[in-house]
Design a protein around this ligand. Structure first.
Ligand code: ISE
Length: 334
């Protein structure tokens, strides 16, 4: 069976997913698109032989669409995720599921009322080979208990529409989810350290910043967020355990040795660095949809990440440690 996918918001991320689905991923085809920019929807639809819908509601309701992929702007996600749940269709929603925990809670309530897990959140790092190897080692217990994790998330730059809070709820949210998954526990508090700011980009951003999180058992995670670092897309992670450490290695495929020295390349963006993770993530989602199953992160993961980000955003404006407020995990997501 070919899963007929309706894509909402085929911007950069959406078009990268379309390319993957139509080239290396099996079992799915994007048959419908919609976008707030109708010209773009028609252009993308024309290029891939899909139908352009005038709006997301008509795409979700279409009998030709089996499953929905949402790649639009974060604040637009809630209404479309709720519509997909109401239509009983599996929905893959790019992160953040919603920019606030309150909105994610409404999604969880609707999904539970429908009685079926339909929502998958696009937290692709869980599918990255290196993070998976790191998790397998930590879970084996060989290094003892994990005590601390040092992360860095550096972007060469960010677009003009990037607002001050996005450092937490659009960028650090990746580490928030990946660390919840890696450590298998929830965060209880957040604090933000604000170092000297780079002069090379927007005045309205605290860039860089360091988000410091603590888990239920006391593991401390620090996450350097530097979204205008200029030089490349640089993702680092080192877990410190009782008997050793484990880190992500450099992700370069080749090393060059010549008259200028010995060097390797640095990824330019997330599609470059996490290409393999995106392919595995979307392939697993399409395969699960065709079997009538659910895979990947749930609405609970989207909600839990939003709760931590809400605390992080508060810690960015107020000083000091902010408690993470979260409901108890519903049995539906156990
Ligand atoms: C962007 O939305 C992403 O998801 C990227 O992975 C992240 O590095 C970037 O900071 C975000 O703005």
């Amino acid at each position: 069976m070919t899963v007929r996918i309706g894509m909402i918001g085929p911007g950069g991320m959406g078009q990268a997913h379309i390319d993957r689905i139509h080239s290396v991923i099996a079992g799915g085809r994007v048959v419908a698109v919609s976008d707030v920019d109708e010209v773009r929807a028609k252009e993308v639809a024309g290029r891939i032989g899909a139908t352009a819908h005038p709006d997301s509601a008509s795409l979700i309701g279409s009998d030709d669409v089996d499953a929905v992929m949402i790649c639009s702007y974060g604040p637009a996600h809630e209404v479309d995720v709720l519509a997909a749940i109401a239509a009983g269709k599996p929905v893959f929603c790019e992160k953040p599921l919603t920019p606030t925990a309150e909105a994610a809670l409404r999604i969880m309530e609707a999904e539970q009322a429908g009685g079926r897990r339909l929502v998958t959140v696009g937290f692709m790092r869980r599918f990255d080979r290196s993070y998976r190897q790191m998790k397998a080692l930590l879970d084996s217990g060989e290094l003892g208990e994990t005590l601390m994790v040092h992360c860095a998330h550096r972007n060469p730059t960010v677009p003009d529409h990037y607002t001050w809070d996005m450092a937490i709820n659009d960028t650090a949210i990746h580490e928030v989810d990946t660390m919840r998954w890696l450590l298998g526990e929830e965060f209880v508090s957040a604090r933000v350290d604000k170092p000297k700011k780079t002069s090379l980009r927007f005045e309205h951003l605290q860039d860089p910043l360091v988000l410091i999180l603590e888990t239920e058992s006391g593991v401390r995670v620090d996450d350097e967020i530097f979204v205008n670092c200029q030089f490349g897309y640089d993702i680092r992670c080192e877990a410190v355990a009782e008997k050793g450490t484990v880190s992500l290695a450099d992700q370069n495929a080749i090393e060059v040795r010549d008259g200028s020295g010995h060097r390797n390349s640095i990824a330019r963006d997330h599609n470059d660095r996490f290409w393999g993770a995106f392919v595995t993530e979307v392939q697993e989602w399409i395969s699960a949809v065709s079997r009538g199953e659910h895979t990947g992160s749930t609405s609970w993961d989207g909600y839990a990440a939003a709760c931590v980000c809400d605390a992080g955003v508060k810690a960015l404006t107020d000083d000091g440690v902010v408690k993470v407020e979260m409901i108890a995990k519903p049995a539906f997501y156990a």
